[in-house]
Design a protein around this ligand. Structure first.
Ligand code: ADP
Length: 607
């Protein structure tokens, strides 16, 4: 988190505000108080001087009158002088008595006596009006403020002006005092400021400490640690805030634990799901994907995060995200490769609260490969059956039409035509019989009729049967186990398997070809193989010949009366015996069909 700069800190703001407050307070106090104080002192001083002047004037009036009347003149001068000397108290720097001729007749300084003065204030006082003022007087190097009073000395209260009393008193002391008071105030302000700043810092700390604590706590909480608690220093508002903060931490911790456990549950549900689940944000970018979806799309969660849903499903050309949101049904996505079939049904549903905006899409991917395969096989099967039945029926119809149109009367043609219809009917019966048998075996309840049989003997009998009916151009060679070979099988079904394999070997053998029979005993199996020297089967078709209706050469197979179901039935029967059947062939040189059957059935197998 960004560190708070010093000038933006609460500490700084507190101190500044306090200092400003103190400065303002001191200024207001200083200006109002000091001015008042100065005025008051000045007033007191001037009043004092004025009162003294009043008092002096009374004393001088009598002496002056004597001087003017020329009675005891000399004595009066002396009295005045001594009065002035007596009255020259500390405040008064200069005291003079001026007669109406503007001559100084007595003064605190002897040297002034007898001089004439033109001082305007004295002149004005001689006219009867008392004056006073404050002047600046130079004393040595210093300018000294002096209070000057010129007071007329009158006969009685309103009588003739006898002279003027002139007083100069230094008022500088008052200003000095006020300066000293100012200095004291300034010093007091500085001390107050220092104390305030200190108090401001302490006060700010009491506020910022819990706040800093809470900030630290918030940072720790952001990292997922809820164990730390804020210290509650006091029960004041900040203390209550800290307590609420701790309460909030507990609640957050609980909420976090609930969310975490829900998330764990969801994660385990999602990871154990057999369906793939993908969630996107409102723009269609992936935000969640479970293990199964990763597996299905061969894409790691890490790679998929932030990719566009239609893109990873390969739908970007056909669907926009809005269309997927609106799409009510599911889509079948075919991801089959040449070798492996893989079909997914993806269902889309929107994440939406009530009628609010769409917040994303949930896509569920369900593997429907098997269903689709079964469905495909079913469709192929129906189409194959229809085709297999249609071919003989069409042939029969044309021959029957020909017979109906008069061929029945033709002695040569009629038997031939009837023979064809008979052959086609037989083929259809064979086909329907085979289909019925396969259908029975497809049924869950189908049971084999297991019996203990001597396989050597049984196989010998089957070969003998074929030996009697086969063409002389084909020879048989037998390498059969030379002792009785007891096995637990369904003899009818295994005879049918041998019939199908041997009849194929004969069907596909050229004239002069040889069919070799082998029967061997192995540890837990019996191994039968029937080898011919016929056309052979291309390598890529070796496994397919066991599929229903599969033929390498369709036209040829039909020509020689095959239904395309013989080996499919054989395969089902062998599998029902827990055995194995496979083909080996070199194209053009011959084919060997192998069958392995367990001598003992561990479980009564079914198809
Ligand atoms: P069909 O009735 O057509 O013979 P099968 O299921 O018995 O049907 O055999 C399936 C296909 O396998 C045949 O159509 C044929 O193409 C091939 N096939 C089976 N056995 C042999 C064999 N011995 N030699 C060559 N091809 C064979």
């Amino acid at each position: 988190m960004e560190k708070v700069g010093f000038f933006k800190s609460i500490h700084f703001k507190f101190v500044v505000v306090y200092i400003l407050l103190i400065i303002i307070a001191m200024q207001v106090i200083g200006v109002l108080f000091m001015e008042r104080q100065e005025d008051k002192l000045k007033d007191n001083f001037t009043k004092n001087v004025d009162e003294n002047a009043e008092m002096i004037e009374v004393n001088f009036e009598e002496e002056l009158e004597k001087i003017i009347n020329d009675t005891e003149k000399e004595e009066s001068y002396q009295n005045l002088t001594s009065l002035i000397r007596d009255l020259s108290f500390s405040d008064m720097d200069r005291l003079m008595v001026v007669n109406t001729d503007q001559q100084i007749i007595a003064a605190s300084e002897e040297s002034l006596v007898g001089r004439k003065t033109t001082q305007p204030m004295i002149s004005q006082a001689l006219l009867g009006s008392p004056t006073n003022d404050i002047f600046q007087k130079k004393v040595g190097d210093q300018l000294v403020r002096t209070y000057v009073v010129a007071k007329p000395i009158q006969k009685g209260t309103d009588g003739d002006v006898l002279g003027t009393l002139y007083i100069e008193a230094s008022i500088e002391e008052i200003y000095e005092l006020s300066r000293t008071l100012n200095e004291i105030l300034a010093n007091a302000t500085i001390i107050a400021l220092a104390i305030t700043a200190l108090l401001g810092i302490i006060l700010a700390r009491t506020i910022t400490r819990p706040l800093a604590d809470m900030q630290k706590q918030a940072q720790v909480m952001a990292r997922g640690d809820f164990t730390r608690k804020v210290r509650v220093y006091d029960r004041d508002e900040i203390g209550q805030l800290a307590a609420s903060f701790n309460d909030l931490t507990n609640k957050l911790q609980e909420a976090n634990e609930i969310t975490e456990s829900e998330r764990t549950k969801l994660r385990s549900v999602l990871s154990y799901m057999t369906d793939g689940v993908i969630a996107t944000d409102r723009e269609g970018y992936i935000i969640l994907m479970n293990d199964r979806a990763e597996e299905m799309l061969s894409l790691s969660r890490h790679e998929a995060m932030g990719l566009f849903l239609p893109e990873i499903l390969g739908l970007e050309e056909d669907f926009s995200i809005d269309q997927l949101e609106e799409s009510p049904s599911s889509l079948i996505l075919d991801y089959s490769s040449k070798e492996v079939p893989f079909i997914i049904r993806s269902s889309f549903s929107v994440i939406q609260k009530d009628d609010g905006p769409v917040n994303g899409i949930i896509t569920v991917l369900h593997d429907v490969t098997e269903q689709e395969q079964i469905e495909k096989e079913r469709r192929e099967f129906v189409s194959n059956v229809s085709h297999e039945l249609r071919t003989p029926l069409t042939t029969m119809r044309s021959y029957l039409e020909a017979l109906a149109e008069g061929a029945w009367q033709d002695e040569n043609l009629a038997p031939k035509f009837l023979k064809v219809t008979q052959t086609e009917t037989e083929r259809m019966i064979r086909l329907v019989t085979d289909l019925l048998q396969l259908s029975k075996m497809d049924n869950k309840d189908y049971q084999l009729n297991f019996q203990k049989v001597n396989l050597t003997e049984m196989m010998q009998q089957v070969i003998d049967r074929f030996e009697m009916s086969k063409s002389e151009k084909i020879s048989f060679e037998k390498h059969l186990y030379n002792k009785p070979l007891p096995v637990r099988i369904d003899p009818d079904k295994i005879i049918q398997v041998l019939d199908n394999i041997i009849s194929n070997a004969l069907k596909y053998s050229p004239d002069g070809g040889k069919v070799t029979f082998n029967l061997k005993k192995e540890a837990t199996n019996v191994h039968i193989s029937i080898k011919d020297e016929g056309v052979g089967i291309p390598k890529q078709n070796l496994t397919k010949i066991f599929e229903r209706f599969y033929r390498v050469d369709k036209a040829r197979s039909r020509e020689i009366g095959g239904t395309g179901l013989g080996l499919a039935i054989a395969s089902e029967v062998v599998k029902a015996h827990n055995g194995e059947i496979w083909a080996e062939s070199e194209y053009g040189k011959g084919t060997t069909i192998h069958v392995k059957l367990p001598t003992h059935q561990t479980r009564e197998a079914r198809v």
